[in-house]
Ligand binder design. Structure first.
Ligand SMILES: [Zn+2]
Length: 295
């Protein structure tokens, strides 16, 4: 378990031990803190037949099936795009039967904010009248995009992010190279994201990024020219830009940064569409940044 999630895991484990765990948890927290791994560990603990406190036994039939990712009572809903109603209906059908292993049944919904309105409505009845020994673990970093009717029927469990010092300390244990402190600041509290960024082969670097962004903000560089130069790195630029405006918002509370953050999220969604003009999408975003400075 990641150190920053340890105490939350212990709290939930002790509630499992005393049969007091709510049947539906909304696990919310930042991107890059290990929410999926947390949910997976919690599910394994729930399914273990011989658990000891916060530890699974590792020996029982359930643990063995979990180790091979084939536990018949562990269901998952995940989708790259929207979570359609069929996925939810199928999962609910599985949950209404009796458990294969005489223990409980667990459904994990990854990025639960991707549920459509009909998906969410299909899930409501199960949340209201859960079958015995059924647990639902909904994971999200955008709880504001989930229907309030779903939120109100779950117990919210905020998963904490480590502070800057602990973020860097953990990443240093897993990354050999030098870590640029300014770059690390883009990902405060998101150690897995930072590690992932550091481990990717960089044919575009943070120095290029900051020089370009500063050039646009001081109107020394043309947003359109820069977008053209960076068109092969659009995803990365937008990802870093979003991290940067978000950190800027958190440290200044300037609403304009929040607006830029929303624009970055929209732009990165847009880039996922096939055939989208990446240069244009990036140019629009950089233009917004240039205008921000002159305001
Ligand atoms: Zn076990």
């Amino acid at each position: 378990m990641y150190p920053w999630l340890q105490s939350t895991f212990l709290q939930l484990s002790s509630r499992i031990a005393s049969n007091k765990l709510h049947h539906a948890l909304l696990l919310q927290g930042e991107d890059g803190i290990g929410k999926d791994a947390f949910a997976s560990s919690l599910a394994k603990l729930l399914l273990c037949q011989e658990r000891q406190g916060d530890q699974t036994c590792g020996q029982c039939q359930s643990c063995k099936l979990n180790a091979s990712e084939t536990h018949p009572d562990l269901y998952k809903i995940e989708s790259e795009k929207q979570i359609g109603v069929d996925l939810v209906r199928d999962a609910i059908k599985n949950l209404t039967g009796t458990a294969h292993m005489s223990g409980c049944k667990v459904l994990i919904i990854y990025q639960a904010d991707r549920m459509t309105e009909s998906s969410a409505n299909a899930l409501l009845k199960t949340l209201e009248e859960p079958t015995d020994n059924t647990f639902l673990l909904l994971i999200t970093e955008n709880p504001e995009s989930i229907l309030p009717t779903i939120i109100s029927r779950c117990e919210k469990q905020l998963l904490p992010s480590p502070n800057f010092v602990n973020t860097v300390a953990w990443v240093k244990q897993h990354h050999q190279g030098v870590i640029d402190e300014n770059f690390a600041r883009l990902f405060v509290g998101r150690p897995l994201t930072l590690l992932n960024e550091l481990q990717q082969e960089q044919n575009y670097n943070y120095q290029d990024f900051t020089t370009g962004i500063q050039g646009v903000m001081t109107n020394n560089l043309s947003a359109i020219q820069l977008a053209t130069d960076w068109q092969n790195h659009s995803e990365k630029v937008i990802k870093w830009l979003q991290a940067w405006v978000k950190q800027s918002y958190l440290s200044t509370q300037n609403e304009v940064f929040w607006q830029l953050n929303i624009r970055c999220i929209a732009a990165s969604k847009k880039l996922k569409n096939p055939g989208v003009n990446k240069t244009l999408t990036l140019a629009e975003l950089l233009t917004a940044l240039a205008n921000f400075e002159s305001n």
